[in-house]
Ligand binder design. Structure first.
Ligand code: ZN
Length: 150
């Protein structure tokens, strides 16, 4: 079995148990707010704020970089459309776009998904992180590491 075949079998197996794939197939109900050929968006049932939406590719991909380049544009277009719908019709004070990739980044469902979270000045939702410091010249070393092997 070559690598591509093996990867596609793993992906098929993963998608059988995947709650988002079941939502796409209609096996689990969802509150859909947008759908096209490649993309589905529905409301998160445990929202950070009311109107919190998820945008997912209809094909099972685990993380952002698993999504083929030719498909990512459609997904980001849908994210912008839904953000526009939320801003125009819910009139929040702002919104966050958030995507968790891998367990360490708190990805819970292993089907790539982008959160659109309406935000209000008075909400208690906080995105916080500590501001770490680079040692002298370390930022250049990190740049070198990131940009190698392109
Ligand atoms: Zn899936």
């Amino acid at each position: 079995m070559d690598c591509i075949q093996q990867k596609s079998r793993i992906s098929e197996h993963a998608s059988e148990a995947c709650i988002f794939c079941k939502i796409i197939k209609g096996e689990i109900p969802s509150t859909k707010i947008y759908e096209d050929k490649e993309v589905l968006s529905f409301l998160d049932i445990n929202p950070a704020n009311k109107g919190h939406a998820l945008v997912i590719p209809k094909k099972h991909y685990e993380t952002l970089i698993d999504i083929p380049e030719k498909e990512i544009g459609k997904i980001m277009e849908a994210v912008q459309k839904i953000a526009r719908m939320i801003e125009k019709n819910l009139k929040p004070d702002g919104y966050n776009i958030l995507m968790s990739n891998h367990e360490a980044a708190e990805q819970v469902i292993n089907h790539a998904h982008i959160h659109i979270i309406p935000r209000y000045k008075t909400d208690n939702f906080k995105l916080t992180w500590t501001h770490k410091k680079y040692e002298e010249k370390e930022i250049e070393a990190v740049k070198k590491k990131i940009t190698q092997n392109l």
